[in-house]
Design a protein around this ligand. Structure first.
Ligand code: DHB
Length: 309
């Protein structure tokens, strides 16, 4: 059974790795990912300057397997992650940088800086929903064009886009055209669903403090939206762009669903936040069982093999 895969030509020893977000901000957390069964080390989205993030409480559980959060990009500043990316090479697995600018120039500075780092892949976060007054750039197609023309200038390491969820086919069409025009190497879809509201009716209160309780929703609740986005991009990008599936993957069966929809690998956010590093091992085992059940001998063989009624 071959469960190795690749993203943008970079080999991954398994289908499952962490998503940017939970427990990937400090060097100690990243080293723990290095020692775990995560097939890559995806680092927290970084900005030019260090940030404390939003006031607490800024993360809350929603039901059994979902979360709402408005962290506000707490991170140590990009220079630290350039340093970490080099030190993390000792774990012998790909390191993924994730970057977000407050201006297009900042995005360009960050993307170019990581070209000279230990990172193997550079994920441009075009979809952080949690900064007050800053729209998600992934929903502004004109700005996306400007962004892509800047970050893709200095080749070398593969550039990817972390996309927000799209809900209408015309948006998948436009974004796919941009991705192909600017030779984006991979996409990660989807980010959390931004600006959702969870209410505690007994306390008559929001459950998180920032932005009047608005935050990004992740976990089981968003899995069907994530699957639809993976399927939509897989169809439109005709196998030329690698896809990380992200959104509500809690076990190996969920991971198998993303494989059928066309994902080359999956990233785990909410389940990693809730369960810790053990999630990578049990998801890989569950995925293998599903592949065996359907008589597939590799990831490659099963990719995109969704049946339509
Ligand atoms: C944060 C949330 C996100 O969904 C994201 O993509 C990046 C950062 C945050 O609030 O820290």
């Amino acid at each position: 059974m071959i469960t190795s895969t690749e993203i943008a030509g970079i080999p991954l020893s398994s289908y499952i790795c962490n998503a940017s977000g939970p427990k990937c901000t400090t060097y100690e957390e990243l080293a723990e990912l290095g020692r775990s069964k995560s097939s890559a080390i995806v680092m927290k989205t970084c900005t030019i300057l260090p940030r404390e993030g939003n006031p607490e409480p800024r993360l809350a559980r929603v039901g059994k397997n979902s979360l709402i959060q408005s962290m506000g990009l707490p991170n140590l500043g990009y220079e630290k992650y350039i340093e970490f990316s080099k030190k993390l090479k000792k774990y012998g697995k790909p390191v993924v940088a994730s970057v977000a600018g407050f201006t297009l120039d900042e995005y360009a500075t960050l993307a170019h800086a990581f070209q000279k780092s230990g990172a193997d892949l550079i994920e441009i976060n075009a979809s952080c929903p949690n900064i007050k007054g800053k729209p998600q750039i992934g929903y502004d197609f004109g700005q996306m064009r400007n962004l892509l023309s800047l970050v893709c200038e200095h080749g070398g390491k593969p550039i990817g886009l972390k996309l927000p969820p799209y809900f209408d086919p015309v948006h998948w069409d436009i974004m796919s055209e941009l991705i192909l025009e600017y030779n984006i190497s991979f996409i990660s879809c989807i980010n959390s669903i931004g600006n959702t509201l969870v209410i505690d009716p007994w306390k008559r209160s929001t459950v998180i403090k920032p932005k009047k309780g608005l935050g990004g929703l992740s976990g089981t609740t968003i899995k069907p939206i994530a699957l639809a986005n993976v399927q939509a991009f897989y169809e439109r990008l005709i196998g030329s762009v690698s896809i990380f599936g992200v959104g509500g993957i809690m076990n190996g069966i969920d991971a198998f669903e993303f494989l059928l929809a066309g994902a080359d690998a999956v990233q785990i956010g909410t389940a990693f936040e809730i369960e810790g590093t053990s999630c990578f091992g049990y998801m890989e085992a569950g995925l293998r069982t599903m592949l065996e059940y359907h008589d597939f001998s590799s990831i490659k063989e099963a990719k995109g093999k969704l049946n339509y009624l």
